[in-house]
Design a protein around this ligand. Sequence first.
Ligand code: ATP
Length: 432
Amino acid sequence: GAGSSTGGGVRFELEKETELRFEVEAGERVQLELLSGLAEVFGSELNRNKKYTFGPGSKIAVFTWQGCTVSLTGKTEVAYVSRDTPMLLYLNTHAALEQMRQQAERDNERGPRVMVVGPTDVGKSTVCRLLLSYAVRLGRRPTLVELDVGQSGVSVPGTVSALCIERPADVEEGFSVQAPLVYHFGSTTPGTNIKLYNKLTSCLAEVFSQRCEVNRRASVGGCIINTCGWVKGSGYQALVHCASAFEVDVVLVLDQERLYNELKRDLPHFVRVVLLPKSGGVVERSKACRRDTRDEKIREYFYGFRGASFYPHAFDVRFSDVRIYKIGAPSIPDSCLPLGMSQDDTQLKLVPVTPGRDLTHHVLSVSCAEDEGTGPEGGAGRRGILESPVCGFIVVTSVDTQAQVMTVLSPAPRPLPRHTLLIMDIRFIDLK
Ligand code: ATP
């Protein structure tokens, strides 16, 4: 299995059920090519003699069930072959889920709803991707529910979302993100507003269930829910809430026995809780690395994958043309709350934001909520805004308080499709 250097690249002979793991050095690119045999990257099959390019910092595993030869060209930080992978266990998990789908088909029931949990850096997103790609390769139409507000695979950070999966993930780019359903959360950790987080989880569960009622394939396909790595205190309670909101049938716990035991204790007995090992290949990511990934996700939203495909627009927006809100008032002691008001109300409150210089660089979600006064009943009303999905994002690049306008970066030309904007804690500095 050792790499041997030939011509352009380094060749690796992989025996069956082994994987080549590699990391791309900062500022570098690495090309992968399958020369013979069969291999896959996180559940997506490689085509022979096609060059796949991975950007700086990518951490990739090329797994083979049958054995193969691949070559790598470019600077890798590490590249080694491992025989010790949990892939057989993951495949068995997929087989069990597929059996549940077959049974659902026969009995006119719904397919498996699966929640994937575990601390940070155990490969939750990778397991979700694998299970979804395997399911779609068998013709299923599973739904990915992304609840990881720190590292969303679907939309920009600070959001939760759902995406119907119709084809396996692209080896280089991941799942094709067409028409996801996205909700504004506003920060990269659920802890900043756990009430809102739980409420959005319930919203997604409701929309998914409605879709299952009218779409048999979606119902049989079930869903795979990716969660945050925060598994203690309110983070744990949020997992229990999610399990109940989605009425999950299966919980896959990666790596942590304590979490497994807690969930077995606290979830209804009919929920199958399964402990799975993490892959030794999953690489721990530093805070800085996570920040870079988030930044990259926002950059991709505006500029497209690898900065080549989209051309965002910059234009001025008058303060008087938009309404900007932050969700959640700062919490105040219980004793100071007005009569009849609870802390929940403050966390879910829409607080109008007066535009000022400090808006600069903030990411704003453009809410799909009907603009007030223009909807069928005079607008969705303030309560509707929380539960309304988002139709896009803009970044404030500068603010002119004198002229009462702000300049924004937007994927689409002016005018904004809607006028209700929700501010995120997240900033993006456009270096283009
Ligand atoms: P988070 O808690 O931050 O969401 P996670 O538990 O979802 O993390 P992943 O995002 O799935 O973890 O994996 C972390 C990194 O490890 C990713 O860059 C992924 O590509 C890489 N990775 C996963 N499995 C392997 C493997 N077998 N070999 C090499 N790299 C891997």
